[in-house]
Unconditional design. Structure first.
Length: 160
C-alpha cells in the first residue's frame, strides 16, 4: 500500500476489518484489556523487526531517529488527532521497550545487574560495572549517531 505521503508499506490482510476512522465504544475494563493486548502485539512486532535486522532480512535503512519521528508525527497529525495519539503511544511503547533491553546504562541493564547480584549473592565489582556502563553508553551513543545519520541521508536533498 502507498499512503498519501508516498510512503510504501507491505500489509498482510486476511478477514474483515473496520474502515479507517471507525471507533468502537468499549467499557473501561475492556479498554484496559485491549490496550494491554495491543501493547503486547506492538512489542512482539518490535522484537520481530529487531530480529529481522540482526539476521539481515530487513534493511537498517528502516531505522529512524528524531528527524523521521518528526516527519511521521507531522504526517500522522495531518491525518487527525486519533492517528497522532496512536503514533505517540507507539513511540512511547518503543522507547519503553528499548529502555528495558539489558544494555548497561539503561534501566534494563540495571535490572540485569540486580538479577546477577541475586544469583551470585554479591554485587559485581565496581570496576566491572564501570566498564559495562561505559560500553553501554558507547553502544547507545553509537546507535543514536547511526539513526541520526540514517535520517539525514534519507532527506530529499540527498536524493532519497
Amino acid at each position: 500500500e502507498r499512503d498519501r505521503f508516498g510512503n510504501e508499506f507491505k500489509v498482510g490482510q486476511i478477514g474483515v476489518g473496520s474502515g479507517p476512522g471507525e471507533v468502537i465504544a468499549v467499557g473501561p475494563g475492556e479498554a484496559v484489556v485491549l490496550a494491554v493486548r495491543q501493547t503486547g502485539d506492538i512489542v512482539e512486532l518490535m522484537v520481530t523487526g529487531i530480529w529481522q535486522i540482526i539476521t539481515g532480512r530487513r534493511s537498517v535503512d528502516e531505522l529512524g531517529g528524531p528527524i523521521k519521528i518528526a516527519k511521521f508525527s507531522g504526517e500522522q497529525l495531518s491525518l487527525g488527532w486519533r492517528q497522532f495519539v496512536s503514533f505517540a503511544a507507539l513511540i512511547s511503547i518503543n522507547l519503553a521497550f528499548i529502555n528495558l533491553l539489558p544494555i548497561p546504562a539503561l534501566d534494563g541493564g540495571h535490572l540485569a545487574f540486580y538479577a546477577a547480584e541475586a544469583v551470585r549473592r554479591k554485587p559485581a565489582s565496581p570496576r566491572s560495572q564501570e566498564w559495562a556502563f561505559r560500553t553501554g553508553i558507547a553502544f547507545v551513543l553509537a546507535l543514536m549517531l547511526f539513526v541520526t545519520i540514517n535520517d539525514i541521508v534519507s532527506l530529499p536533498i540527498f536524493g532519497s
